[in-house]
Design a protein around this ligand. Sequence first.
Ligand SMILES: [Zn+2]
Length: 200
Amino acid sequence: MGVSLTFYSTSLIQSVKGWEMRKDLPLELRVSRLTVASLKNLCDAKRLSGWSNLLKEDLVGYVLDNLDRRELEDFCTAQEDIYFAENMAKAIKWASGRKVVELDPESDESIVNAVFSLRKSDGYEVYNIRFVNETNEDIDTSCECADHREKAHFCPHQMAVLVKCLQEGVFPLDRWSGPMTHEVEELIQANVFRKRRSRK
Ligand SMILES: [Zn+2]
């Protein structure tokens, strides 16, 4: 990209390398968005006691008090990787369905606007999604859903928009500076581009 990172601090370099973004989230937030089942499994695995009757909020506090940061970070990372891979599998299916993701035709590598709409038993789930990538280094992504607004997840709706962008050639995978893992990259390579080629 021809931009030298020499003058930036380490933390800024981490935040511009998309996948490192989640590490900038406070550990408290990362722990609080784990499910109660995950938190209980963790307590069980660490042979802690006295947590079994705690409600979610207290359980979060308990885990933060009783486990060291490194352990918690590793656990959160593992859970986040599972969330990403599982939801990306869903997102790939959604993106290949007609009309689930509608990309604004003006979308390009620097700004993507999209509408995600999925039919539910009780109506439609509709969210506006936006990716802003003006510098090609620091992508800002947003979705109206609670998973993103309240938990700062790179949610399945945004994943579906990412897949759609790749399918439509809005930008190639190697230009994506947002969240990515090796496993998800393989999932995309195997399912998105293979389909795209076979359709031609
Ligand atoms: Zn969302």
